[in-house]
Design a binder for this molecule. Structure first.
Ligand SMILES: Cc1cc2nc3c(=O)[nH]c(=O)nc-3n(C[C@H](O)[C@H](O)[C@H](O)COP(=O)(O)O)c2cc1C
Length: 621
């Protein structure tokens, strides 16, 4: 049997116990009533009532051991105790009353269990069942109390009517009508009223609340055992402790009947990607994919969520999640219904954001703001400042971000923010500057190493919750010097503006950025170099530019490699003398090289076969 199936079997056993506890005492009433109806010897009544008392005592003991007895458990037990004592003390008088009114006694006992507790300022009987279905944060709210009070009094009314009807001796008044009322009125009311009430005051339904709270019905049952109640600590979005074991382990540790050997240690990770760009083009996505790949390899269970595909509305600051429905957001969107519960379930949350205006982007910030239900409203002094207490254990945080600028310092503000926000819960920060050039062929080797280091970081995080300095250095390694990056970026943006195209459109059309200097021309030629086509070739090609931009450069091609050099070469095999603009028109495909040559717009001196092969040697886009 696999670990999962063991887990499933255990959880269904838990449910089976719960159902057993709910219904266990009622067959005693039915059996006792049938026994009386069959007109058995009144002398045997004491034995049967005593046996039922013993049976109900066992049910009570089991309820005490596994959960908590309901008022019905106590009431039915008291009913049989009273009957047994009466039969001992006043056998002759009790037996005929029982024969005539046992069923009225049953309804009276149910009525007492429903009606008396709220009158005596105890919890209504429905609390016991409702607490298994509703997040704990909701239990102390007036809404929860109101719903349960109404349901309790409706049940008390039904039992009272059943009791009154049963005074008339007929199977219609004693069984048919009461059972119809319980099944046809009481139970449907019980199922429908809470959602009706919640909707009528503009709150989310029970299903949405269960989705939002961290307490599933199963966990709530554990809470009634006082085992799964999260500690409340004063801090920011910090999880409790910096080396918390996987929640899967914590959850199982809280389950009393789960043996040590059956515990799964699978680390649950939620990877949240806030880049608006689709995978493939998004550098955030590419880096995250590598990290997640490493985490999976190390055995973590990772779910990646792309916020661009989800509806996460902005927090509207209504504080409903702090007051009316503690822990539950008023919005009914993907955050409430799906992301928030998944995030709370995770051991680690990876926050992957592109750097926008030196911090996380608005999409990620909206996600962070929507975590407000995890906090309680109260102010608590903390380390010289003020904090809100946490309602939940939060996942540990890993932040990964990419930026266009080349300096690592562009992440300083983001880093300062996430360190403050996540505090001790922040496991790691992975920052990749100059990320946009990772897609360029001339940087493919460095990019590969960066991505492989990011995957190593994912493995390290799962295995040791740390990333080694060496891996970090590989992730942040310089990919291009800032000066060259600026030249390349400016050439690219100028080209996009000239063409009237967005970067995406520009790339889709497979256009070549128009060099605006000899240096950028050298970059573009090196990028366009096709090593396969050049294999076996050995040549030096020189360019002499005139016109608006003057200057010279040369390219040495050897063994499938290219070396660009500014200035003239001693012995070029081919020299092209051209106005800069003419040659740039050829490079960007605006005019045809051969046509321009025929029209003598430029001159070629030396090995003209190299001129003919120009497209073949530099046509790698
Ligand atoms: C609105 C906006 C703001 C940006 N702000 C910065 C910034 O402050 N610093 C920076 O280096 N790059 C900045 N960038 C560039 C992005 O960080 C960079 O393009 C990154 O690769 C985008 O990630 P993606 O590929 O996952 O979309 C900004 C981009 C946008 C669209």
């Amino acid at each position: 049997m696999s670990l999962t199936s063991v887990k499933k079997a255990k959880s269904s056993l838990g449910k089976a116990r719960q159902v057993f506890l709910y219904v266990a005492p009622f067959p005693a009433l039915v059996f006792f009533k049938i026994w009386i109806s069959l007109g058995r010897d009144p002398g045997s009544l004491f034995i049967v009532a005593g046996s039922m008392l013993a049976y109900c005592s066992i049910c009570l003991a089991l309820a005490l051991r596994w959960d908590k007895p309901t008022y019905f458990d106590w009431a039915i037990w008291a009913y049989f105790l009273a009957i047994s004592l009466s039969l001992v003390l006043w056998k002759e008088a009790t037996a005929p009353i029982l024969v005539e009114y046992a069923i009225t006694g049953v309804y009276l006992c149910l009525f007492g269990a429903a009606f008396l507790p709220p009158i005596l300022r105890l919890d209504p009987f429905t609390y016991h069942y409702a607490k298994k279905l509703v997040p704990q944060a909701f239990w102390s709210t007036p809404v929860f109390a109101n719903i349960n009070r109404v349901m309790t009094f409706v049940w008390a009314g039904i039992f009272a009517i059943c009791g009154l009807l049963s005074l008339y001796p007929s199977s219609v008044t004693r069984a048919l009508v009461p059972i119809s009322m319980i099944v046809g009125l009481g139970i449907p009311f019980n199922l429908l009223f809470p959602d009706y009430y919640l909707k009528s005051i503009g709150l989310p339904t029970m299903a949405a609340m269960r989705g939002s709270g961290d307490l599933s019905a199963k966990n709530a049952a554990a809470v009634s055992d006082k085992k799964a109640l999260p500690d409340v600590v004063a801090c920011r979005l910090e999880p409790l402790g910096s080396t918390v074991p996987p929640k899967s382990v914590q959850r199982q540790a809280e389950t009393t009947d789960q043996s040590q050997s059956e515990r799964s240690t699978t680390l649950k990770v939620i990877a949240i990607n806030s880049s608006p760009r689709a995978d493939g083009t998004s550098k955030t996505g590419i880096m995250l994919e590598a990290l997640v790949g490493g985490m999976r390899e190390a055995g973590a269970e990772v779910e990646t969520v792309h916020l661009r595909q989800k509806v996460v509305k902005n927090c509207i600051g209504c504080f409903t999640c702090w007051t009316k429905t503690p822990g539950i957001c008023v919005h009914k969107d993907d955050m409430t219904n799906e992301l928030f519960p998944k995030w709370l379930e995770a051991d680690i949350a990876v926050y992957a954001t592109p750097l926008y205006h030196y911090t996380m982007n608005a999409t990620m910030k909206a996600f962070v703001e929507r975590s407000l239900p995890t906090l309680e409203p109260f102010f608590i002094p903390n380390e010289g400042g003020t904090r809100h207490p946490l309602r939940h254990k939060l996942p540990q945080a890993v932040v990964i971000s990419v930026a266009g600028f080349p300096e690592l310092a562009v992440f300083d503000q983001l880093s300062s923010y996430v360190r403050f926000l996540f505090g001790r819960g922040l496991l790691a920060e992975l920052y990749r500057p100059a990320a946009e050039v990772m897609k360029l062929p001339e940087f493919s080797e460095t990019s590969r190493d960066i991505l492989s280091a990011t995957a190593d970081a994912g493995r390290d995080l799962v295995q040791s919750r740390k990333i080694s300095n060496e891996t970090m250095e590989r992730i942040t390694q310089p990919i291009v010097d800032p000066d060259s990056l600026a030249k390349m970026a400016n050439m690219f943006w100028k080209s996009c503006i000239q063409e009237g195209l967005t970067p995406k459109e520009f790339e889709r059309k497979n256009l070549v950025p128009r060099p605006d200097s000899v240096q950028t021309f050298m970059m573009i030629m090196s990028r366009g170099f096709n090593p396969l086509n050049a294999a076996g070739s050995r040549a030096v090609i020189q360019f002499d530019f005139s016109g608006e931009i003057e200057g010279a450069c040369s390219f040495r091609i050897e063994n499938g490699l290219i070396e660009a050099k500014e200035g003239r070469s001693e012995k070029p095999d081919l020299t092209i003398q051209s106005p800069f603009d003419i040659w740039m028109d050829i490079v960007t495909g605006k005019s045809d090289g051969q046509q321009m040559f025929m029209e003598q717009k430029y001159k070629a001196i030396g090995d003209l076969s190299l001129l003919i092969r120009m497209k073949e040697l530099f046509g790698n886009r």
